[in-house]
Each structure stands twice: as C-alpha cells, then as structure tokens.
Design a protein. Structure first.
Ligand SMILES: *[C@@H]1O[C@H](CO)[C@@H](O)[C@H](O)[C@H]1NC(C)=O
Ligand SMILES: *[C@@H]1O[C@H](CO)[C@@H](O)[C@H](O)[C@H]1NC(C)=O
Ligand SMILES: *[C@@H]1O[C@H](CO)[C@@H](O)[C@H](O)[C@H]1NC(C)=O
Ligand SMILES: *[C@@H]1O[C@H](CO)[C@@H](O)[C@H](O)[C@H]1NC(C)=O
Length: 863
C-alpha cells in the first residue's frame, strides 16, 4: 500500500508542474549505460528542489554528475522501471538514457618516410599562406580537446624554446594549460569512471587531433623524429585537454557534458569534439548543451561521421545544433604507395591480398604484356593468351583487370600455370583496383593511366626492366582534394543542411602518443573536425577579436571551395560536402557575407519556395555582385519500394531552378542588400531525390573573394519515407532467456513462460523517426500498455564485418500503462498479445495511428 501513496503523491505533484518528456535513444549505433539517466530540470527549478522531487517520488538513486550550465544531473537508479518514471517527477523537463558514445573510428596507417610534397593539406586550404605571409598561428586562442587526452610530453607540443611539451593547469610555460581526466585508463563507457585529473592519452586519437589543430613538428631533432616535418593549422594555440575516454571503449554522454562544462569554465574559445553515432537528430543533451555554450560565445565543431557507405541521413549528432559546425572530410592530395619504376616513370601499385607482403623481385625482369592483334591489352582470362607469348620464366606478365570474364584469382592462376614470375594488372577504371590474387604469385595492380604509359614505353623498348621500390612514396591519388568516400551524407532528421563544411581528413599525418610511436597517418572526419577548429583559431587571431561562433562558421562556409569528385564534371552534393572545402585564407580576406549560411528547402509538402538572403559588403568600398545558381549533383537515395536508403546514392543530373529578385546588386561599403530567391523543385520523378546547389555572389572587383551558401531539399512527401525494414522481415519475434537471444526465429506459435523463455523483438530501421512506440494489444485488440523500447535511430546498413545491425529487445512481460510512464509498470497476465511497432513519420504531427508507420507482429503467447 506504500506504493499507492507514492503514486498519489506523484499525481498530485504532477498536476502542478507538467510532466517531463522521456526521450528515446536515437543513435542507431550506440549503447546505453543500464539504469543511468540524464535529467534536465525546468527553468527556475533548483538542484535542491529537483532532488526533493526525486526523493518524494521515492526513487532510490545515486548522483553521477551535477551540472551547472546544463540545468540538470545524471543519476543511476535501481531498475529500468524507476528510470522510466522519472519524467513524471515535478520539476523534471527532459529525461534521456545515458548513451555510450564510441571512441571515434579512424583508419590508421603507419607513417612512412615521405618527402615534403606530402604536406599538402595546407595548400588546399590557404593555411600555408596564412602561416607564411600573414604570420597567423592561433596565438592567444584557447582550444578545448574533448577526446582521449593528449600526450602533453610530445615535443610537437613544446612551448617556444622548449624541447618537450608539458601540462600544468594555468601553467604559463605549457601549451597544454588546462584539462582534466574525467575517467581513468580502465574506463570503457559502461563501468564507473575513476577521474584522476591527469589527461595523458593512452589511446592516441586525442593526440592526433591535437596535432592537427596546432602541433608543430617542423624542427624536431629528438627521437622519434617525424617521418617528415609538418605543422598543425594553428601552431601557437593553448590547449585544454579534457579526457573522456579510457584506453579503449566508449564514453557515457554524462561524462561528455561534464567535460564540455569544464572546457567552458576554463575559458576555451572553441571546443572540438567528434563522437560516434548516427542520430541525425539534435534533441540530445550534448547538442542542447552545445547550443547553450555557443550562445555564450564558445564555438563548437563536431565530426559529420564516417558512415559514407551507409547512404543518406547518416550525419552524427554532435555537429547538428543550429549553431554548431558539422564537419565533412576531404581526401588529402597525396596518398602513400609502394611503386614500380618503369622507363623512368614511378607508378604506384597495390599488392594482392593473397600475396600480402612486400614484393622483392629482382630489378632486372622485363615485362610481357598480353596483347591482341591491334595492340590492345587482353584480360588474361584465357590460358591461350599466355601460351601465345612464349616462356614467361623470369618475366612479369601484364594483363588488363577487366572482371567481365574472370577475376584476379583466375587471372593469377593462369599466370602461375604459365610460369610467370610476377604479374602486373592494369586497372580498367578509375583508381588502383584492389586484387584478391593467388598465394605465391607477386601480383601488383597499377592505374589505367600508368598501364597505358607502360605499354607505350614497352612498344619503344621491349627490354626495359621493372624495378620495385623498398619504400613508399607520396602520389596524387584519384580522389585527391575531393570529398572522402567515408564521409557521411546528410541531411539531418529535420531535413536541415548538414554537414556544414569540409576539411582535409583523409590520410593526415599528425602526432601520436610517444609510447605508441610518436606519429601516424589517420583518416576520418575526426581528422577534419580539428582542422576546422584550428581554422577558427586562425580566423579569431586574424580579426583580433572573439567573433561569435556563428560569424566564424558563416565566414568559413561562405568562402569554402566548392568541389567535384574525381573525374566528375559536376559538383558534389551539398549533402556530402556541405558548403565545400574550407579555405581559411579566403575567409580572412573576404569582404562580403551571405546570411543565413545554408538554405533548407525541406520536402515537397513543406517546400520553401521563397527565401530571402542578406548579402553584406563588409569592405570599405562600393561593390557590385552578380548572383547565380550553381547546381550540384542530385542523389537518388531510394530505389523501388526498398526500406533502405541506397548504400551508394545514385548521382542524377537534377537540381532546383532559382530566380533572383536582382541578379546584379550594387552595395556601398559596410551596407547590405536583401535578395529574394524563388526556387522550383527539380523535374525528376525518382524516389525521394536529394538535390542541392549553391547560390554564389561574385564581386566585380578582380581577385575579390566570392561568397556562397548551399541549399538542399528532398523532392516528395517525406512522411512517406519508409522506416521499418519490413523487406527483410523485421520487426520479428525471437526466443530469449533472461539475458540473451537463443533462437532468432522460433517456430509459430510463440509461447513464453517469462521464467526461462522470454520474447525478444528484433527490429531494424532504415530511416530515423522523431518518435517510436511499441504497443501491446490483448486478444481483443484492446490496448494493454506500452513497452519502453527506447530506440528510434537508423541502423547502418551493416557493421564492419558485413553483418546487419539489429536492435534486440528482450521483453520481461512488463508494460507501462501510459505512454510516458506516469505509473509503475505492470506485468501482463497470461494470454495472447499482439505487439505493434509504430514509427512516427518525419514532419508529421504525431497523431496515432494516422501519422505512424505501423507493423503488427504475429501474436505472442505468454503462458
Ligand atoms: C502523458 O500521457 C498522457 C496519456 O497518455 C497524455 O495525455 C499526456 O499528454 C502525456 N504527457 C506528456 C508530457 O507527454
Ligand atoms: C575534435 O574533433 C575530432 C573529430 O570530431 C574528434 O575526433 C576529436 O576528438 C576532437 N578533438 C577535440 C579537439 O576535441
Ligand atoms: C511500390 O509498390 C507498390 C505496390 O506494390 C507499387 O504500386 C509501386 O509502383 C511501387 N513503387 C515503386 C517505386 O516501385
Ligand atoms: C542465456 O543464454 C546464454 C547463451 O546461450 C547463456 O550464456 C546464458 O548463461 C543464459 N542465461 C541464463 C540466465 O540462462
């Protein structure tokens, strides 16, 4: 009966203050800390009042973190059911699970001895000129690195005149002058953090990003020396190192909030954070706190994510706030390859997977290309092609890597049977193909262009030998300077234009903890984000002020370089590159701006056909600007009735048309003009095409920097985008014990005793939903209650091993009788139940059932 009185007290109190909102987990890939919650209080509710409320509510809880700027706390309760009731506690505004963010995934390559050409990323962005001509270094700017810590002893972080870096809180002679370890080495996201204050990095990621922001390895004489000199974007910034990850594993979102608050209180001008997860929605505590900090004058950049192989709608949530910067990755100009030299030309190659070791053939062996009567290269699929050229002993046979008739395994076997000592495969399309090959035969794949050069050289002198390099060298690769394949596609769940901007993130050489080798190359949007952070620092120093984060984002976006993919004649979608590749030099020199810095046209139902922009002349003199529309690639994001966005959206030459109220506009110095744009949707009839482009204002003055803003939209009614993966039979019921799934597709009819056998629900979502519900109906289809399934994020198409990523939920037979858990859960009596999955359509009001995609599962019998 004690319970009843608790309920009464909650209900009485709840009538005074409206109940809070319990948020579902919207990260398709993240885990949660069991029974841990982040709660936000209503404005004006003090921590003491809130704790009184929690206590009267009889929730037994422990405080994990108390926050100050974010009005709330994180707590642990005894059971999941206690947590779900939190939303009804007076004074509570929002309740979230504590999500565990993965340590950002990067591709790591060991840095090889290279030459100075490889410091190419600053040429792409104007940062080299800012360093050399304008002497900008980010001096005086404070940058918070919320990450795995920083190896502060690294010589690349040494203060001027010192040979070694150091960390001292508020220390004048250390570049790492702020920071804290919130977690300890053994923390993995799920266990209890053991803060120790020392932000030394044992994982490596934070040291790498810190080096990109402002490491200086130009003149290092101590060991280990960098494989080549390099410098970060802003080599005199002061760092705060806020360590939120242990040596491995993830980090709880409540730790991240604490780190963000401390970074702000330490006076950081900019924080840079990149956290995994493909939420695509901004209603999470991190994004909310980020917005608050930005409104107080701090800037924040977050990684767009490395989910480029998962189709559209996959941007990570850290950069999704209205004022935060979501950063896409561009490939560096150069990549490192072993190479052959033939006729004096260096040709990068990639070795076959089956051979998988360096090729150490003598440098005296000639080539024998397999040619047809016209001199064209044959595919090497027919053994007769080999017998036609005579003995291949001590020779390198050359064939075309066309996969129509055979793969590299078949081609390699033929070469081996014919007695060849090695094989060179000429790629038949862009890039250097990867080869499966055969064990025992050295097989190397080269680009098509190099293959053609090789044949031309061979035609002149058949005796030329191939030599094989021992080292790697830098080569301009096919996608050099263009958006990285791995970089995630937007838009966000609300169809806003994200990512915002791009920066070099593919193949970036930077610092690494000394204990782990000191330097390495890494790739990821994690590498692009700190580049933007460093760019902020240079911009702030150039303007001798602390402009609002919004102003800097706008300046960087307005002046970025709009880019094309490799060999493409058209511009890459703004849903992939944002406003383009950052050009900090142009941002500093520009004498114009366009507000807002992105145009969200939304879908056909909510289409913004008329949009006003403000073009400002920030220079001293009158300037005439010409406005034009520069279309970018359209993306076909769905095919047929498939629930899943396409892994690789198909590029379509389709775009909106734009007319301007004025195509030419003369603006006096310091003044602005309002220009009205009229948009028309593209004519295409493909399914939910995502189209985009750029509105560009070009000044008449020769050499003056043009400014632009990206626009993005989706044609069609976004409410009709399918959400649940019914194509592949999900959601489906499975058989579980209390902790694990035992049979993922048990025979019909399902009977569960809730002692040994529990029903489990396996689901998979191909699109985000603003709200998901799981209802339980009895045998007469009457609503019994709701299951707090708590998951509404989109899953990636597959994990790293190619397996589908699934949501699995083991049901203990309990339901909440109201949707927002204002009463304790009940266990359903024995009987037959139908479980209904309901996902709210994007951009709908959320009326049930009209605005939901609904899937009724086969009945479940509870014995
Ligand atoms: C809680 O649920 C009740 C009944 O389902 C509903 O009337 C009320 O509006 C909900 N409150 C909130 C804050 O969602
Ligand atoms: C900076 O952002 C990158 C990418 O998001 C992230 O991996 C890294 O942890 C962040 N480091 C800083 C500077 O906070
Ligand atoms: C989707 O399926 C419906 C019904 O089967 C069919 O009428 C429609 O043409 C399909 N749409 C596409 C784009 O394939
Ligand atoms: C549930 O099944 C898993 C896998 O078969 C097993 O490891 C675990 O011990 C079982 N748990 C219980 C509570 O029986």
């Amino acid at each position: 009966m004690k319970i009843t009185s608790t309920i009464l007290s909650i209900l009485a109190a709840a009538s005074l203050v409206s109940a809070g909102k319990f948020h579902q987990v919207k990260h398709g890939k993240t885990n949660i800390v069991p029974n841990a919650y982040i709660i936000e209080y209503h404005e004006g509710v003090s921590h003491a009042d809130a704790h009184n409320g929690l206590k009267t509510h009889a929730v037994d809880y422990k405080v994990r973190n108390e926050y100050k700027i974010f009005n709330g706390a994180s707590i642990t309760v005894n059971s999941e059911h206690d947590g779900h009731a939190l939303a009804s506690v007076p004074g509570v505004k929002n309740v979230w699970h504590v999500s565990i963010y993965d340590m950002p995934k990067t591709q790591k390559v060991t840095a090889k001895k290279t030459d100075p050409l490889a410091i190419s990323d600053h040429h792409m962005t104007g940062v080299d000129v800012l360093h050399e001509k304008y002497k900008l270094t980010g001096k005086g700017v404070k940058v918070g690195v919320i990450d795995t810590g920083i190896d502060y002893n690294h010589p690349a972080f040494a203060a001027k005149g010192a040979t070694k870096g150091c960390f001292a809180r508020n220390g004048k002679n250390c570049r790492i002058a702020h920071g804290w370890d919130f977690v300890g080495d053994a923390y993995n996201g799920g266990n209890t953090p053991k803060p120790d204050g020392d932000p030394m990095d044992c994982a490596g990621h934070g040291s790498h990003v810190a080096g990109i922001i402002g490491g200086n390895a130009l003149d290092i004489k101590v060991n280990p020396k960098p494989p080549q000199p390099f410098v970060g974007v802003a080599p005199e910034v002061t760092y705060g190192a806020y360590r939120i990850f242990g040596c491995t594993g993830g980090s709880g979102e409540d730790v991240i909030l604490a780190a963000m608050e401390l970074a702000f209180n330490d006076g950081m001008d900019i924080i840079n954070m990149s956290l995994g997860g493909g939420s695509a929605y901004k209603d999470n505590p991190t994004a909310a706190l980020a917005e608050t900090l930005i409104s107080k004058g701090m800037a924040l950049s977050g990684a767009a994510g490395n989910d480029g192989a998962n189709g559209v709608w996959m941007v990570s949530d850290t950069g999704l706030g209205d004022h935060a910067t979501s950063v896409a990755s561009f490939d560096n100009m150069y990549d490192y390859y072993n190479y052959i030299t033939y006729g004096g030309v260096k040709m990068p190659f990639s070795v076959s997977e089956a051979y998988a070791k360096p090729i150490t053939l003598p440098n005296t062996l000639p080539i024998v290309p397999l040619l047809d009567a016209k001199g064209s290269l044959l595919d090497g699929c027919d053994p007769a092609q080999y017998t036609a050229v005579g003995s291949l002993k001590n020779k390198i046979v050359v064939a075309l890597g066309d996969v129509t008739n055979c793969k590299s395994g078949g081609r390699g076997a033929n070469a081996q049977n014919a007695g060849a000592t090695g094989m060179i495969v000429v790629s038949d399309d862009a890039g250097i193909d990867s080869l499966g090959g055969v064990a025992g035969l050295p097989m190397a794949s080269i680009s098509n262009a190099d293959g053609m050069t090789m044949l031309a050289t061979y035609a002149k002198n058949k005796k030329n030998a191939v030599s094989w390099s021992k080292d790697q060298g830098p080569f301009i690769i096919d996608n050099s300077g263009a958006p990285s394949d791995f970089s995630s596609f937007g838009l966000d769940g609300d169809l806003r234009s994200k990512p915002d901007i791009g920066a070099p993130g593919g193949n970036i050489l930077s610092t690494y903890p000394l204990a782990l080798g000191g330097y390495t190359l890494m790739s990821g949007t994690s590498m692009a984000t700190p580049y933007i952070t460093g760019s902020h620092a240079l911009y702030m120093q150039a303007k001798h002020a602390k402009p609002h984060g919004d102003v800097i984002r706008q300046a960087l976006k307005n002046t970025a370089t709009i880019s094309k993919n490799y060999k493409s004649k058209t511009f890459t979608s703004a849903a992939k590159q944002g406003a383009g590749l950052v050009n900090v030099l142009n941002a500093v020199l520009a004498e114009a701006s366009i507000t807002p810095d992105h145009i969200d046209l939304l879908d056909s139902v909510n289409f913004h056909k008329t949009v006003q922009i403000t073009l400002k002349n920030t220079g001293k003199h009158t300037e005439t600007f010409t406005l034009k529309n520069v279309p970018a690639d359209g993306l076909i994001s769905y095919q047929g009735n498939n629930t899943w966005p396409l892994a690789n959206p198909v590029i379509e030459a389709t775009s909106a048309s734009v007319t301007f109220s004025q195509e030419k506009v003369k603006i006096p110095g310091g003044k602005s003009a309002k220009i009205t744009l009229h948009f028309k949707e593209p004519k295409t009839n493909t399914l939910f095409p995502m189209y985009s482009g750029f509105v560009v204002a070009t000044p008449k003055t020769k050499g003056a920097v043009a400014v632009h803003v990206p626009y993005t939209g989706v044609k069609g009614d976004i409410r009709k985008v399918p959400i649940m993966d019914t194509d592949h039979g999900f959601p489906q019921a499975a058989l579980a014990n209390a902790t694990s799934i035992i049979d993922d597709a048990p025979a019909n009819p399902y009977t569960y005793d809730l002692v040994k056998n529990f029903p489990a629900f396996i689901s998979r979502f191909g699109s985000h939903t603003p709200n998901a519900e799981v209802r339980v109906l009895d045998s007469k289809d009457k609503l019994v209650g709701y299951i707090s399934f708590g998951e509404s994020g989109r899953q990636p198409l597959a994990d790293e091993n190619g397996n589908p990523v699934l949501n699995e939920y083991i049901w203990n037979g309990q339901v909440q009788t109201t949707q927002n858990a204002t009463a304790p859960a009940i266990t359903v009596p024995a009987g037959t139940y139908t479980v209904v999955f309901a996902q709210q359509h994007k951009f709908s009001k959320g009326e049930y059932p009209k605005d939901f995609e609904i899937f009724k599962m086969k009945p479940v019998t509870i014995a």
